[in-house]
Write a protein that binds this ligand. Structure first.
Ligand SMILES: *Cc1c(COP(=O)(O)O)cnc(C)c1O
Length: 454
């Protein structure tokens, strides 16, 4: 019997040397980001209190490739290139003719793809003399990644952690603190935004939108000592993640296959962009026709049920206005376990791709995602993050469709993080305590009425 490959490994010299910037190849440019006061396009000066100039430049750059600084690439070597695996045991369990591949970003020290951009963002801030970064975290993956990245470059890190996660995930908090980060529960009384929310609702369990308001305010009022870092949504963040898809292109070539469909979960859009954009480039420039499928929770269906309109990125209305598929900045997420997917908006790049018909989206119910995660764990041996489970569930649906159609569809999905700190969610699922939740239409309509008028 000839030996069957399960892993397609690259060497360290194969780590990409550049990030890929989709803005160079978009058929229609991104809509401008607007100042919340003047409603005019924001310029570099508006963003300078929050971000270093290099990242502001990347945000609007039209260059197709941007060099990865050597110091960043050196740190990438701690976990990159990440493995690409053929999920042969999953294929067998599903009895599908499809060929299923997954890229595993859970091997990073932080356990998810987020360290790809955290490392880059910390480095660019350090290079411009910034001493520390503020940020928000929901499920804790982003806070962990930024705490590690700041530690690599000797910077301080202030994390505003959504209160419900702060209370339910003490070990996530302890990890961030182990890397020297200062972590506080959001909303809290150290910021004006936090005090305002607490006045209205003293028992607020917080949200990503609220924590963003606090972190932005803390940076903006720090007299230049701190800047702010966001773990998803922004163009430069999505670009930093393209190391994932660039490696996949090399690894699929080793497997001598090419994906018919690329699948990933979408929260803010960064891991999906990371795996999908290099394939989209082949679609746009080299005549390939890979389908790109983003999977979101039915409880937070920004792409499939949101409205494409200008909205704030945060709850308090402090951030610039971004045109995006939004559920409204006042969106209060259901207590869904995939915390990283509970954001009301979506990256501008992803919204344009969706609007231009360059990608597809699907909203899946929570129970199906956990069922998929267990099927995957029992065949491939990896416990996925609940967010990543949405990608697995999407891939399994594709594999089932391939079976019905009798085709050998090649499916590639992004297993963007492990779930070792999410076992309480698995515990709840196994105990039969989880249910499905569809975001109610009435709530969507209420939120739409509160969209800023442009
Ligand atoms: C943060 C996170 C997400 C959601 O964010 P994206 O920007 O959409 O990738 C999904 N999965 C994991 C494991 C995460 O840490």
């Amino acid at each position: 019997m000839s030996e069957q490959a399960l892993r397609y490994d690259l060497s360290q010299s194969d780590i990409p040397r550049q990030w890929y910037n989709i803005q160079a190849d978009l058929p229609r440019p991104l809509p401008p980001v607007l100042h919340p006061g003047t409603k005019q396009p924001v310029g570099p000066d508006d963003l300078a209190p929050l971000f270093p100039m290099a990242l502001i430049g990347q945000e609007v750059s039209q260059e197709r490739y941007i060099d990865i600084p050597d110091e960043v690439r050196e740190i990438y070597k701690l976990w990159r290139p990440t493995p690409l695996l053929r999920a042969r045991r999953l294929e067998k369990a599903l009895d599908t003719p499809a060929h299923i591949y997954y890229k595993y970003e859970g091997v990073s020290p932080s356990g998810s793809h987020k360290l790809n951009t955290a490392t880059a963002q910390a480095w660019y801030n350090k290079a411009e003399g910034i001493g520390g970064l503020t940020t928000e975290t929901g499920a804790g993956q982003w806070g962990t990644a930024l705490a590690q990245a700041c530690n690599f470059f000797d910077m301080t890190c202030r994390v505003y952690m959504v209160r419900i996660s702060y209370e339910q995930k003490p070990y996530r908090r302890a990890i961030m603190q182990s890397f020297g980060a200062e972590v506080s529960a959001s909303p809290g009384d150290s910021t004006q935004a936090g005090r305002m929310i607490l006045e209205q609702d003293p028992d607020s369990t917080g949200s990503l939108g609220i924590a963003i308001s606090e972190a932005v305010e803390a940076a903006a009022t720090s007299g230049g000592r701190y800047k702010y870092a966001l773990g998803s949504v922004l163009n430069h963040v999505l670009m930093h993640q393209t190391v994932i898809g660039q490696e996949c292109l090399q690894q699929m070539a080793l497997a001598d296959e090419y994906p018919d469909v690329v699948v990933g979960p979408v929260g803010g859009g960064s891991n999906f962009a990371g795996i999908a954009l290099p394939f989209l480039q082949r679609n746009l420039r080299e005549g390939q026709s890979t389908r790109l499928l983003g999977v979101e929770p039915a409880a937070c269906p920004s792409l499939t049920r949101g409205t494409y309109a200008y909205d704030f990125g945060d709850t308090a209305g402090m951030t610039p206005l971004v045109k995006m598929y939004t559920l409204g900045h006042g969106f209060v997420p259901a207590p869904l376990h995939a915390g990283g997917l509970r954001y009301h908006g979506m990256a501008s790049i992803i919204c344009e791709l969706y609007d231009q018909g360059l990608m597809e989206a699907q909203a899946l119910p929570q129970l199906e995602t956990f069922e998929a995660a267990l099927t995957f764990a029992r065949s491939e041996g990896i416990i996925a993050a609940p967010e990543a489970a949405h990608g697995i569930a999407g891939a399994i649906r594709e594999a089932q469709a391939a079976k019905e159609a009798g085709d050998e569809r090649v499916i590639l999905f992004n297993l963007c993080g492990h779930g070792h700190f999410d076992m309480s969610a698995y515990d709840a699922y196994l105990g039969g305590e989880l249910s499905d939740y569809e975001y109610p239409q009435a709530a969507i309509e209420r939120a739409m009425a509160e969209l800023p008028q442009i």
